[in-house]
Ligand binder design. Structure first.
Ligand SMILES: Cc1cc2nc3c(=O)[nH]c(=O)nc-3n(C[C@H](O)[C@H](O)[C@H](O)COP(=O)(O)O)c2cc1C
Length: 212
């Protein structure tokens, strides 16, 4: 494939200090709202990067399931590879990319499990198939073939005919509490706008423009 042919310009407006909210969570809400209003598919998916204690990085996409002043929440299997990383090294970086708006948001911070009560509540709100799939799969484990998984799913379905699937305590949420945000807006001539919010010594958010 000729990747040179894919060069593109990012001309979709700009990011000006005068338009920024002093609070990066509110700035995120505005941009996330813009992405949803623009009808961007999968506006709520983000890349989550983790690293083992030895510093080996890995990244994958998950769905954003909640955001408030405490942080950004996603749900997963606590036995997965990402969870093993987070057990050893409770830090993560998140990336959102809204191509149609020429915008990227990067977030990094400390990670904690959400309360069991919050995870259980969210689990119960999921469609039956999703709950059964969470039970059937031990995420990131090697399995000999697909049939093993499908048989486990069918057996669980038969075991819970009323749909009353118990909440598995190996499954739940993580909350990333940001200490840094970066809002990136693509501009002409590769002179992109980048605005970083970082926690200052007094806990206030310090806003700085970065070179693209
Ligand atoms: C669009 C999309 C959404 C996904 N959402 C989730 C999710 O919310 N939670 C999750 O655990 N995995 C989700 N996945 C699967 C992950 O990318 C990944 O395969 C899985 O979590 C195992 O990752 P790990 O082995 O690094 O732990 C999603 C994948 C895609 C492509």
């Amino acid at each position: 494939m000729d990747l040179d042919a894919l060069r593109r310009e990012y001309v979709f407006g700009s990011l000006d200090e005068r338009d920024l909210n002093a609070d990066p969570f509110r700035q995120f809400d505005t941009w996330f709202g813009n992405a949803v209003d623009a009808g961007i598919e999968l506006a709520d998916v983000m890349t989550v990067a983790t690293a083992s204690q030895a510093g080996v990085p890995s990244a994958r996409i998950v769905v954003l399931r909640g955001v408030d002043e405490r942080g950004f929440v996603f749900y997963t299997d606590y036995r997965s590879a990402k969870s093993r990383d987070l057990d050893e090294n409770p830090s993560a970086a998140l990336v959102f990319y809204w191509r149609e708006l020429g915008r990227q948001v990067r977030i990094s911070g400390a990670v904690q499990r959400v309360s069991e009560e919050e995870s259980a509540r969210y689990f119960r709100s999921r469609p039956l198939e999703s709950r059964l799939a969470a039970l059937a799969s031990s995420q990131s484990e090697v399995i000999s073939n697909r049939k093993v998984l499908e048989d486990r799913f069918e057996a669980l379905k038969a075991e819970h005919p009323t749909g009353d699937v118990p909440y598995p305590d190996n499954w739940g949420g993580y909350r990333v509490s940001p200490h840094e945000f970066e809002f990136w807006h693509g501009r002409e001539l590769r002179l992109h706008d980048r605005i970083r919010y970082r926690r200052g010594v007094d806990g206030d958010w310090v806003i700085e423009r970065l070179s693209p």
